[in-house]
Design a protein around this ligand. Structure first.
Ligand code: G1P
Length: 293
């Protein structure tokens, strides 16, 4: 079955981006001129999702405002004949897509955030996207690639990529049996293992397509790594009865949950933008010349 619903856990505090994140949710920080959340939303819509569920908290109203209709702005742009800008503002979400906002009252972890979407998602496979992981690809987006596999193999699918062993403590780590260059059968998952005990260096990246059975399992998942209810632990339980595939997506991931990742993503997008490309290359050349002198 094709996924239709996408869950965006966006209730985190974003402390790495203080002081900006004191008033601007980190998901609204821009990569050039589009907020981070927009990239994940477009990936979900491209993959066929028409219901976007945001798990949010009382400090994140800006996210709902961003996806809402801006009557005054649209009227002004229309009156001024600024049609291109008007289209841009209207195209933030295609008309057939609806948004749902669910409050996570307590920050009990990613697993708990996903469980908050249960009443909206119901009994069908669904996607989870962590907007911090920005995945860029010239062709089909990562979630669309995963949705095709989930549908074909009637399985849950989690996105993975290789990370340096010294970074395993930042990720959910998978042990898996290879199927082909991109696909493996997951045998185990563990949240944030230390490098010495990590079963592999294959890390979970913030894209999941999950069977609705995950909700029952989340209900009984106890606090794990970091004292939080972990999605990874519920996936470990799901594995016992259900097929879960690890998919090495085609594309490049930027970890926009930290400052360096934000810079890398910004530079990458600037270099991919025909209007900015030359000026940015010139600026970098000049700056690097100073660096080596
Ligand atoms: C979460 C997940 C982790 C995953 C990571 C990907 O961790 O718990 O399994 O590898 O996202 O970005 P977080 O980054 O929220 O600590």
């Amino acid at each position: 079955m094709r996924i239709r619903k996408a869950v965006f856990p966006v209730a985190g505090l974003g402390t790495r981006f203080l002081p900006a994140s004191k008033v601007v949710p980190k998901e609204m920080l821009p990569l050039i001129d589009r907020p981070l959340i927009q990239y994940a939303v477009e990936e979900a819509v491209e993959a066929g999702c028409d219901t976007l569920v945001f798990i949010t908290n009382r400090y994140k109203h800006a996210i709902a405002d961003y996806f809402d209709k801006a009557y005054e702005l649209e009227a002004k742009l229309e009156a001024a004949g600024k049609h291109e800008l008007l289209e841009m503002v209207r195209d933030i979400l295609p008309r057939h897509v609806q948004t749902v906002f669910v409050t996570q009252h307590e920050a009990l972890g990613l697993g708990h955030a996903v469980l908050c979407a249960r009443a909206i998602v119901g009994d069908e496979p669904f996607a989870v996207l962590l907007p911090d992981d920005m995945i860029w690809n010239r062709g089909r987006g990562a979630l669309q690639q995963m949705a095709d596999i989930a549908e074909r193999d009637a399985a849950s699918v989690i996105a993975v990529e290789d990370v340096p062993r010294e970074h395993t403590h930042r990720y959910g780590i998978v042990s898996a049996e290879r199927v082909d260059d991109h696909l493996a059968r997951v045998r185990g998952v563990i949240e944030k293992p230390r490098p010495e005990v990590a079963p592999s260096t294959l890390a979970i990246v913030g894209r999941y397509i999950l069977s609705p059975k995950i909700f029952e399992l989340l209900q009984t998942t106890r606090a794990g790594s970091g004292g939080e209810i972990q999605l990874t632990d519920a996936i470990a339980a799901l594995l016992r009865d259900d097929p879960v595939l690890a998919y090495r997506f085609i594309g490049r991931r930027f970890d926009c949950g930290n400052r360096l990742g934000m810079v890398q993503a910004t530079v990458h997008l600037a270099l991919e933008d025909p209007e900015l490309h030359n000026a940015v290359v010139a600026m970098m050349r000049e700056r690097l010349a100073l660096e080596t002198n």
